[in-house]
Ligand binder design. Structure first.
Ligand code: ADP
Length: 283
């Protein structure tokens, strides 16, 4: 997979996927996503940070759209949404090049035109004017009005809009409006159960099965610290980091200090609680 990070002000990644990205299904999410794509129903991925949503869309983009081609270099275009992200960041803008003004497609326009999957990560963070763009793309019209050019772009038949949303982060100020929300079918994600997570860790970190299992068991225990101020527990992503350090021969406790205790919190009491669990699993 080759990634090309585009402009500084918009965090866009175009995934030109050359090989099937590894994804271990936890339930029927692959079948559900495939059905939604075949029916061209926009999809909302719900779930905590670092639980596999991005890896899942990468995997599905490859499965459904196949290898990259000349006319569709990227099967997946992802945008990390933030509070300054505007509609024109997504659609595109006129730029001055020497004496000339040239139109430059934004990531959404590119995906709509080339039939890629467009993944708007943490969409509630974006400015309100972005929802205006999303609506006509999510119903039978499947169009993108490009106001600045005075044109309307009809979506390529393969195009699909996918958004993600972390219910744990929402506040009354930042939430998906029902009028937007009710345009998507939702697939819910959770952190994987121990058996599955240990397989993922073994694969991602190159750890022996025994260590992968211990790390997954530790993850499960840390997630039980919710009541002590660790709201989301620990992500699969952080467990992968710990496992990668262990694979580099950092002793397990030290790896967990770096990737778990210190990375998760600054609260000394919670750090102590995490350390106790680490010691119980890696005596
Ligand atoms: P999110 O997009 O939900 O924040 P990611 O997709 O970036 O999370 O997941 C973080 C990492 O966890 C991935 O890079 C991958 O290594 C691992 N991961 C989580 N779930 C799975 C899974 N079911 N199969 C394979 N890898 C997974």
């Amino acid at each position: 997979m080759r990634e090309s990070a585009a402009r500084a002000e918009v965090n866009v990644t175009e995934f030109r996927i050359e090989q099937e990205p590894y994804y271990l299904p936890i339930g029927r999410e692959c079948e559900r996503f495939e059905a939604a794509w075949r029916a061209r129903l926009p999809v909302l991925l719900k779930g905590p940070t670092g639980c596999g949503k991005t890896r899942f869309v990468e995997h599905m983009a490859f499965r459904l759209l196949g290898a990259a081609r000349k006319d569709r270099e990227a099967q997946l275009i992802t945008v990390a949404c933030h509070e300054d992200l505007t509609a024109s960041d997504l659609v595109g803008k006129f730029l001055l090049e020497g004496e000339e003004t040239v139109w430059v497609d934004g990531p959404l326009t590119k995906a709509v035109g080339t039939g890629a999957i467009c993944y708007l990560d943490e969409v509630v963070e974006a400015r309100k004017d972005t929802t205006v763009l999303i609506h006509p793309l999510t119903d039978h019209r499947r169009i993108l009005p490009i106001e600045k050019k005075g044109t309307v772009l009809r979506a390529h038949e393969d195009f699909l809009l996918v958004i993600s949303y972390n219910p744990g982060y929402q506040s009354v100020f930042k939430n998906l409006k029902p009028s937007t929300r009710q345009r998507f079918v939702a697939i819910e994600f959770e952190y994987p159960p121990v058996e599955a997570e240990s397989k993922i860790l073994a694969h991602e970190c190159g750890l022996p099965d025994k260590e992968a299992k211990e790390l997954a068991r530790l993850g499960e225990k840390v997630r039980h610290l919710k009541s002590q101020g660790l709201e989301e527990g620990v992500s699969t992503r952080l467990l992968v980091y710990a496992g990668k350090l262990m694979a580099q021969k950092i002793p397990p406790r030290e790896a967990c200090e770096m990737a778990l205790a210190q990375a998760l919190t600054d609260d000394p009491d919670v750090q102590r609680a995490v350390r106790d669990l680490v010691q119980a699993v890696f005596p």
